[in-house]
Design a protein around this ligand. Structure first.
Ligand SMILES: C[S@@+](CC[C@H](N)C(=O)[O-])C[C@H]1O[C@@H](n2cnc3c(N)ncnc32)[C@H](O)[C@@H]1O
Length: 265
C-alpha cells in the first residue's frame, strides 16, 4: 500500500522545539570563519564526492547549511538543492553568497521540525551541525521521516574519539566517554549558549540505528588539521594525503570529523 504523505513534522506534540537561532549573533561572522580553512573545506568536498560517487538524486537538502557553503557543490549530485537553515542571518548571507545560483532554494527551518512531507527527500546532508546537538534523537527521527525509502543522508560527526583525545585519555588511564562531551571552555559558559559538544561515533551510530538509519560507509575527514602543518606543507600535498587516508583512518576514528553515509530501511 502506498504511504500517505504527511506534512506534520514528527516532533510536533513531543517536545517544544528550542529555537536554534544562535547564528543570528551579529558579532559572529561565520563566513569569515572559513578564511584560512581552504584545506578543511576541500577535505569535506573530497569526502562528499567519495561517499556519493556514481549516485544522483532528485532533491538534496542541506540541513543547518549556514550560508550555503556546500550547496553549489551539492548541485553536482542532485537535480534540486534546498538550503534548510534556522538562522535568518545565515539565510540573508546565503542570498548574496548564492546570488548566481537562484536554483538553490533557501528555507528557514531547523532539524527537529523539517517542513517536508514523509519520504519526499532522497538526499540529506548535515555537516558541522551535530556539535550543536547533544541529543539528536528528534532530529534523526525527522531525517528518517522525510527520507524516501531509497534515500541517503550524510551526517558529519564532531568526533571525540580523535587521535589526540585517544592519546590524552590513554596517558591518564581514562576510558573514552560514551556520552557527548561539552567542549566549551568553562569561562565562557552561559545557560543560553548554543550547545557545543563532541560525540562518540559509536553512540551516534546507535542513535541513527534507533531512527531506522543504517551506516553503510564512513570517512575520517580533515585528518591533517593543524595550523602548523598548514603553514609548512603545500595544500595540494595535504589534500593528496587526505584523499588517500580518509577511508582507512575511518576504521580507527582518527580525525576530528567523521562523515557517515547512512541509508534508510
Ligand atoms: C558550524 S555551522 C555549519 C554550517 C554549514 N553546515 C557548513 O558546514 O558550512 C552550524 C550551523 O548549524 C545550524 N544549526 C544549529 N542548530 C541547528 C538545529 N537544531 N537545526 C538545524 N541547524 C542548526 C546553525 O544555524 C549553523 O548555520
Amino acid at each position: 500500500m502506498a504511504k500517505t504523505a504527511s506534512k506534520t513534522p514528527s516532533s510536533v506534540g513531543k517536545r517544544a522545539p528550542k529555537k536554534a537561532d544562535h547564528y543570528n549573533d551579529p558579532e559572529h561572522n561565520y563566513l569569515r570563519y572559513w578564511d584560512g580553512r581552504q584545506y578543511e573545506h576541500a577535505a569535506e568536498e573530497i569526502a562528499i564526492r567519495k561517499l556519493l560517487r556514481g549516485r544522483h538524486f532528485r532533491h538534496a537538502v542541506d540541513i543547518g547549511g549556514g550560508y550555503g557553503r556546500l550547496c553549489v557543490f551539492l548541485k553536482r549530485f542532485a537535480d534540486r538543492v534546498t538550503l534548510a537553515e534556522p538562522s535568518q542571518k545565515q539565510l540573508d548571507i546565503a542570498k548574496d553568497f548564492l546570488k548566481d545560483h537562484p536554483e538553490v532554494d533557501r528555507k528557514l527551518m531547523q532539524a527537529d521540525q523539517l517542513d517536508f512531507a514523509d519520504g519526499s527527500i532522497d538526499l540529506i546532508t548535515m555537516i558541522r551541525v551535530m556539535h550543536h546537538l547533544p541529543d539528536p534523537t528528534v532530529e534523526f527521527s525527522e531525517i528518517s521521516r522525510v527520507l524516501s525509502d531509497d534515500g541517503y543522508a550524510i551526517i558529519e560527526v564532531a568526533n571525540y574519539l580523535h587521535i589526540r583525545n585517544r592519546l590524552k585519555h590513554l596517558l591518564k588511564g581514562e576510558r573514552m566517554p560514551v556520552k557527548p562531551v561539552d567542549i566549551r571552555s568553562t569561562n565562557h559558559k552561559h545557560d543560553d549558549d548554543i550547545a557545543f559538544v563532541n560525540h562518540n561515533p559509536h553512540t551516534v551510530i546507535r542513535q541513527l540505528e534507533h531512527a531506522g538509519l543504517h551506516v553503510i560507509s564512513s570517512l575520517s575527514v580533515s585528518n591533517l588539521r593543524s595550523v602548523r602543518l598548514k603553514k609548512i606543507v603545500p595544500r595540494e600535498i595535504m589534500l593528496g594525503a587526505e584523499k588517500v587516508v580518509q577511508r582507512p583512518l575511518a576504521l580507527v576514528y582518527f580525525g576530528p570529523s567523521i562523515f557517515l553515509l547512512v541509508r534508510k530501511g
